[in-house]
Write a new protein. Structure first.
Length: 111
């Protein structure tokens, strides 16, 4: 599967439309890929005989891309809720936070 198809998966996850690939979604996809690959390619495998499955890496890229995309909507810790009222929310500083549990089943993470 090529990067364009993977970016379409991210667009589908964010917008519900796989054809809604905007420059910003592409940028989020590229950054998410770099972040996930940076961890996945440098961390030690728990079982050296079993590499990180492609489906795990792909899912992690979608999750991190979603985090990066929604940071723009929730700038400075506020976001417009479904009822039209501004609400404060706590954004994770590390966009990889939601994928550490998925990666932790395959990689040795931490110091």
């Amino acid at each position: 599967m090529g990067d364009q198809q993977r970016a379409a998966r991210l667009a589908l996850y964010i917008t519900g439309d796989a054809t809604a690939i905007t420059p910003f979604i592409t940028e989020c996809f590229d950054q998410a890929s770099a972040l996930v690959n940076g961890v996945a390619d440098t961390a030690r495998l728990i079982d050296p005989e079993k590499p990180l499955p492609d489906y795990v890496r792909a899912r992690c890229v979608v999750e991190v891309g979603n985090e990066l995309y929604h940071r723009r909507a929730g700038a400075s810790g506020t976001q417009l809720g479904p009822d039209g009222v501004m609400a404060e929310l706590r954004l994770a500083r590390d966009p990889l936070s939601p994928v550490y549990p998925m990666l932790g089943r395959h990689l040795v993470l931490g110091l």
